[in-house]
Design a protein around this ligand. Structure first.
Ligand code: ZN
Ligand code: ZN
Length: 281
């Protein structure tokens, strides 16, 4: 399985000299199976550059787009994803129950409203709404995808993608504190991620910041490390960086997270997601 981070940032895109290393684009990850089946998680601003690369390849685009939830940092790139304007493209959409609604609502509603001048039904791609994950598993030949509801205001969904004996779990916009309003406990997420090769998890806040952001639906890097250790995963990548966080500060988060792993005598590889980073599983 091949993974590439096209967007790592949460809340809003944050380009500039302080975000060059870890990236300024919002949530988007590409996953390609060994057989070449492509899954894209989230359509944040990072999806624009992915679309450009897919178009440059000259091959028709056929992919499954999983949307965690309809907050703008996860859907805003859809209007600038070139394959949606090509009649040769087939895009299957699944994810949280509001995923399709969220994507469609960026576009013009034919009454002059929306955030973009083109109407969703004018897009030339064949865009299909699967709606499998809210009910159960989504099986794409060699890939099996499962969903879990996240602790996030207005709801959200995390994903587990399995190919043979390899497995990646993606949980962003997820609050891991036991007080989290929607009631899922860290143990529930640990069960979902148990033994996976890679966990990608929200780490927007520092432990010293979280008290002022309880109920916002995000976690600290320390929460994410604790979950990864509980779930006995091999590797953790911290994701959904706060838009105000500089490269230097994210590097510091990596250092602190590694110290936590060392203190717990765990065998966990931990790093912060970098835009453009490729992971092979
Ligand atoms: Zn977000
Ligand atoms: Zn959100």
């Amino acid at each position: 399985m091949y993974l590439k981070f096209w967007g790592t940032r949460g809340s809003i895109a944050s380009p500039g000299p302080d975000t060059v290393k870890y990236g300024g684009n919002t949530s988007c990850i590409e996953v390609v199976s060994n057989a070449g089946r492509r899954v894209v998680i989230d359509a944040g601003t990072g999806i624009r550059a992915l679309g450009d690369e897919l178009v440059r390849s000259g091959r028709p685009v056929h992919l499954t787009l999983l949307i965690t939830h309809a907050h703008w940092d996860h859907v805003l790139g859809m209007a600038f994803f070139k394959p949606v304007y090509m009649s040769t493209s087939v895009i299957d959409i699944d994810g949280c129950p509001k995923a399709f609604w969220g994507l469609a609502n960026i576009f013009d509603d034919r009454k002059g409203n929306g955030f973009f001048p083109v109407a969703f039904d004018e897009l030339q791609a064949n865009i299909r709404h699967l709606e499998k994950l809210p009910q159960g598993k989504l099986v794409l030949q060699d890939l099996t995808i499962e969903g879990i509801e996240t602790n996030h205001p207005q709801g959200g969904m995390g994903f587990k993608i399995t190919e043979n004996d390899r497995c990646v779990v993606f949980l962003t916009d997820n609050e891991l504190t036991p007080e989290a309003s929607l009631g899922k406990q860290p143990e529930d997420f640990a069960y979902f991620a148990q033994g996976c090769d890679l966990l990608i998890h929200d780490a927007q806040y520092l432990p010293e910041e979280i008290e002022n952001h309880r109920g916002w639906g995000h976690s600290t890097f320390a929460d994410a490390v604790e979950l990864a250790l509980l779930a006995k995963v091999s590797r953790l990548i911290l994701y959904h960086h706060d838009p105000a966080r500089t490269d230097r500060e994210i590097k510091e988060i990596e250092t602190r997270a590694r110290k936590l792993v060392k203190a717990s005598r765990g065998a966990l590889e931990v790093s912060a997601a970098r835009e453009g980073q490729v992971v092979l599983l």
